[in-house]
Design a protein around this ligand. Structure first.
Ligand code: FES
Length: 104
């Protein structure tokens, strides 16, 4: 399956993502700039902040309570479809998902 990150300058990075892998790990593996995953996915850094493309937002699930709190302290300003990508796991439903990388 694939995920696509769109950078602030319009550049796109596409990576293969295995079922069950979270999208922060996939981004780090693909060297997506500004997606760092400093805490390794334990919801304590917000360095995996992405904005889910409008077409994919419904399928990407809802923001959890801790995720919600961490998004408020993310470096780049929180937006309507902001998510912490360590909290999104790849499923067949998300094959082709587009994630925008916000800039502070
Ligand atoms: S990797 Fe730290 S909150 Fe997602």
């Amino acid at each position: 399956m694939k995920a696509i990150w769109v950078l602030a300058d319009g550049r796109k990075i596409t990576a293969e993502v295995k079922a069950g892998q979270n999208l922060m790990e996939a981004a780090v593996g693909a060297n997506v700039p500004r997606v760092v995953g400093e805490c390794g996915g334990s919801l304590s850094c917000a360095t995996c902040h992405v904005v889910v493309d409008a077409e994919w937002a419904a399928r990407a699930g809802t923001v959890g309570t801790f995720e919600d709190a961490m998004l408020d302290v993310a470096e780049a300003e929180r937006q309507d479809r902001s998510r912490l990508s360590c909290q999104i796991r790849m499923t067949p439903d998300l094959d082709g998902i587009i994630l925008h990388v916000p800039q502070p």
